[in-house]
Write a protein that binds this ligand. Structure first.
Ligand code: GDP
Ligand code: MG
Ligand code: K
Length: 281
């Protein structure tokens, strides 16, 4: 039988640990433990013909350098290289949760979205074409109610399908950052690619975007690139050009483009419940 490693990634309180416990059959207490050393819980179980190894990673709103949790998640993805990342998304808080998804898209890795808390979405009368959203992002989306174990069979079937590259809806999209930022990204990518023997843990597009966000960890990583000096000067030049041109910090410009992408995708796929009229007292 085959081995498959899975990492659960998502915002705090989206149901990762609940999903982890249900899937692995462990009775770990669910909750936030402030002050405890950051750690990933790991469990093994069998599903169909597969030996699953599943990791429950700390909750994060983003994968950058800003907190030890974020760095932990990022290193886990780059160094442990899970076969499939399950991005657990709280269905009742899509806009905020999908920000992390845009970073996973940049990383160009195998992702399945568990659209968790789906019960809460069903209770409101919203119309959400999650299939269409998944197609737009190139990431399959499986609704789940982790607290009841609902949808988990479908989720693990989908993980296997994505791992074996049998799902035709999976594709690597590029979030379009607009012509000015895209030009900067490709200028930096060109410099990174000069070194044929570079560390290939991260895609060049991802690293270029992170450099434009002035991300210290990426700068550090790229120091081992034979072309490090040119990469750095190109990034500095492009940041200056963008900031003069678009009149904002380049990391803000990138975050805005990500939120713009999410807003555009949700506008096409998500119809909120009609506003309930407030009663005057
Ligand atoms: P984590 O921070 O991502 O690990 O989230 P937890 O697993 O600790 O879950 C946070 C809370 O959400 C807990 O009270 C869970 O019981 C609850 N929860 C998890 N999944 C679901 C779900 O699908 N629906 C609902 N309504 N609650 C859920
Ligand atoms: Mg947890
Ligand atoms: K929690």
């Amino acid at each position: 039988s085959k081995n498959i490693s899975v990492a659960l990634v998502g915002n705090p309180n989206c149901g990762k640990t609940t999903l982890f416990n249900y899937a692995s059959g462990s009775k770990e207490r669910v909750g936030n433990y402030a002050g405890v050393t950051i750690d990933a819980k790991e469990a093994r179980f069998r599903q169909h013909d597969f030996n699953f190894r599943i990791s429950d990673l700390p909750g994060t709103y983003s994968i950058t350098e800003y907190s030890p949790e974020e760095l932990f998640v990022r290193n886990h993805i780059a160094e442990r290289k899970p076969d499939v990342v399950v991005n657990v998304v709280d269905a009742s808080n899509l806009e905020r949760n999908l920000y992390l998804t845009t970073q996973l898209i940049d990383m160009n890795i195998k992702v399945v979205i568990a659209l968790n808390m789906y019960d809460e979405l069903e209770q409101k009368s919203v119309q959400f074409n999650y299939k269409q959203l998944g197609e737009m992002m190139g990431i399959p989306i499986v609704p789940t109610v982790a607290s009841k174990g609902k949808g988990l069979q479908q989720l693990f079937d989908k993980i296997i399908e994505v791992y074996e590259e049998r799902d035709p809806s999976v594709r690597h999209i590029h979030i379009n950052y607009g012509p000015d930022i895209e030009q900067a990204i490709s200028a930096i990518q060109t410099e990174i690619k000069q070194d044929e023997n570079r560390n290939k843990s991260y895609s060049t597009r991802y690293l270029a975007i992170k450099l434009l966000e002035d991300d210290a960890h990426s700068r550090e990583l790229l120091q081992s690139n034979a072309n490090a000096r040119n990469i750095r000067s190109t990034a500095d030049r492009e940041i200056k050009r963008l900031e003069a041109l678009l009149n904002d910090k380049s990391e803000t410009l990138i975050a805005d483009a990500k939120y713009g992408f999410i807003a555009g995708a949700l506008k096409e796929t998500y119809k909120p419940a009609p506003e309930t009229r407030r009663r005057n007292s």
